[in-house]
Design a binder for this molecule. Structure first.
Ligand code: MLT
Length: 275
């Protein structure tokens, strides 16, 4: 059973999905099911985790926020920093009474997961970084984001989507999946896309944090990812004590959507090892 909820943080009305093994709609407690917090990538929403919610809600209490400005959540004006998203995420854990969760972030969601790990490490029982990185943007990449923010405000998400998708989707991904993913991107609001681009451009280098992570960690990467090359994922896994790395064949940057079965198998093995 999946239910949609709302809560407030930073003066914003924020939305999330919750799905779990008990009847959450009837207000029943989720019992001892481990909490799995799924943080979406840019410029998506909670909807991008549909294949994972379907696979894991029988065993986990899945909490899936729409980050500010995306899906049903109110936007942060001008710029939304990864620390803002992380604070909203911590507030969601408070709102739902979850002490600790396995935090799984894809790409921008991974930047948020690392910001949460820096600010509130006690809230994590595990960390999954998918198609993500700990390094900050290079000056050129940050400049490119600011230009992209200006463009999307002028041209709308329709002008932004083709360039983004050409880089985000792996060469092996079938045309049918392409249109499904495109629809998710086109649903984004230009103001939210711009605010997130500006926030990502400002994000700090968190590579120093990796060696301090004390919870079990899994790094997932698509073998065909050109936005965050697999080599960066290897380096990140090498820097996190005791972490494991799974490379997903036939997937680009959006591995959870492009190869959901392989993604889910890797996540399931990780969760099995935790319990
Ligand atoms: C994402 O998938 O979240 C973005 O590609 C992240 C980024 O632009 O760095």
């Amino acid at each position: 059973m999946t239910v949609q909820g709302t809560y407030s943080n930073r003066g914003l009305r924020l939305s999330y999905l919750e799905a779990g093994p008990t009847d959450l709609a009837a207000g029943a407690a989720a019992g001892s099911a481990p909490a799995l917090l799924l943080l979406h990538g840019f410029p998506f929403s909670a909807a991008m985790w549909e294949p994972q919610v379907a696979a894991f809600s029988a065993r986990c209490r899945c909490l899936v926020p729409d980050l500010s400005g995306f899906g049903e959540s109110e936007p942060t004006a001008e710029v939304v920093r990864m620390e803002d998203f992380a604070d909203d995420t911590r507030a969601l854990l408070d709102h739902t009474g979850v002490e600790r969760a396995v935090v799984c972030g894809l790409s921008m969601g991974g930047y948020v997961a690392l910001a949460l790990a820096a600010a509130a490490p006690e809230r994590l029982s595990g960390l999954v970084l998918a198609s993500s990185r700990a390094a900050a943007d290079t000056p050129a990449a940050a400049e490119g984001r600011l230009a992209s923010a200006r463009t999307v405000l002028q041209e709308g998400t329709g002008g932004f989507a083709p360039g983004f998708l050409s880089k985000a989707i792996g060469a092996s991904t079938a045309a049918g999946q392409h249109s499904r993913i495109e629809a998710l991107v086109l649903a984004a609001q230009p103001g939210a896309v711009a605010a997130a681009q500006r926030g990502m451009a400002e994000r700090p280098d968190r590579r120093g944090l990796l060696g301090e992570i004390r919870v079990p960690a899994l790094i997932l990467a698509g073998e065909e990812d050109t936005l965050i090359p697999p080599e960066e994922s290897r380096q990140m896994a090498a820097a996190i004590p005791g972490s494991s790395l799974v490379m997903i064949p036939g997937a680009g940057h959006l591995a959870n959507l492009e190869q959901p079965e392989a993604f889910n198998q890797a996540l399931a093995r990780f969760l099995d090892a935790l319990t």
